[in-house]
Design a protein around this ligand. Sequence first.
Ligand SMILES: [Zn+2]
Ligand SMILES: [Zn+2]
Ligand SMILES: [Zn+2]
Ligand SMILES: [Zn+2]
Ligand SMILES: [Zn+2]
Ligand SMILES: [Zn+2]
Length: 403
Amino acid sequence: MAEMDLKTATSAMEALVRATSNMKSLEHELHCPVCKEIVKQPVVLPCLHSVCLLCASEVLVANGYPPPELPPEPNSPASTPNTRSPRQARPHPPSPSMPRSPGYGTYPGRRRKEGPPLVMMFPCIPCGRDVELGEKGLTDCLRNLTLERIVERYRHTVSLGSVAVMCQFCKPPQTLEATKGCADCRSNFCNECFKLYHPWGTPRAQHEHIQPTLNFRPKVLTCPEHDQEKLQFYCRSCQRLLCPLCKLRRIHTGHKILPVAQAYQALKEKITKEMNYILSNQDTVLAQITQLESSITQTEVNSVSAREQLAQSIRDLTAALAERHASLTQALEGARQKRGEALAAQVAERRGLLEHAGLMAFTSELLKETDQPCFVQASRQTHNRTALLGMLSGAWVLPCEGK
Ligand SMILES: [Zn+2]
Ligand SMILES: [Zn+2]
Ligand SMILES: [Zn+2]
Ligand SMILES: [Zn+2]
Ligand SMILES: [Zn+2]
Ligand SMILES: [Zn+2]
């Protein structure tokens, strides 16, 4: 039971850690390549990279193009941290990763009147090259509303920069926090004010309410050239959305043009398939990681038991050595004792020999006798004793020779 709880808690922790790291990598995907912050009002460049609208116009101004006409700032009081107004005046820092080249600079002396129409070039950082924006510059680039919605969801999930949005219709000082936003009115309301400003039976009652926001987006993408025309087609060759009027243009002759619903379906299926493929591979990789981790654990266990075996062997060997040492010491001691005794016996024998000094003196006196019968008579007994003595001394002198 307790183990189950622990397991559940552990897998919940793992899921949380994975979710956090997914969130971190998601945030990376939401960064503007120019300001390196989470994109605000992103526009899609022709190379399909998305940049903050403000960053894009700052880059263009820094490259000597006339300041583009920007849509009004997000609907926000000037004091909120979301406002970007102070940055607008700041010159754009030159990007370090893009070296200045003759084709990239201030374009001096190029005016619309003098020559061919001015084609704006945008130095796209992820592309590492200048991207042609076309004659109208940024006005031709569509907003990336999907990316904006993802950013909004992300900010909501990680509670990043969430600022209390206040109702814009309450009478001060009793202003309530807004509970609804209206994309049509582009305003935030408390419940009471929303009802008040969207009465039943009026066209306003049709307004759709959304989460309160400081950044009202257009509800749909419209053609930047033909105002109010919806982008109902997708040119696969140009990778561009087209309105019914743009679709008739000569540059799209022979291009593969789909109704947007069909392009939506096809792209959605394709991306889902790709994502599922990556996710299924992820499972394989995760399984491999699990397997490798269990190998690491097994190796640890094996090495512990090997260490124990080694220690046991060393202990056995030490004991055997000690035993052998003891027995050898004992044998050595026995041999020493035996030899010592033998040597002591020899010393005693030699001492005994010295005691026959009297016999030797007598014998040398005897040898002075010249009377032969007397000598033979007297020496017989002496001869017996010296012969015995000589035999004895020969017995112990001989083994000592050559030592
Ligand atoms: Zn930016
Ligand atoms: Zn690009
Ligand atoms: Zn209100
Ligand atoms: Zn409304
Ligand atoms: Zn159009
Ligand atoms: Zn086309």
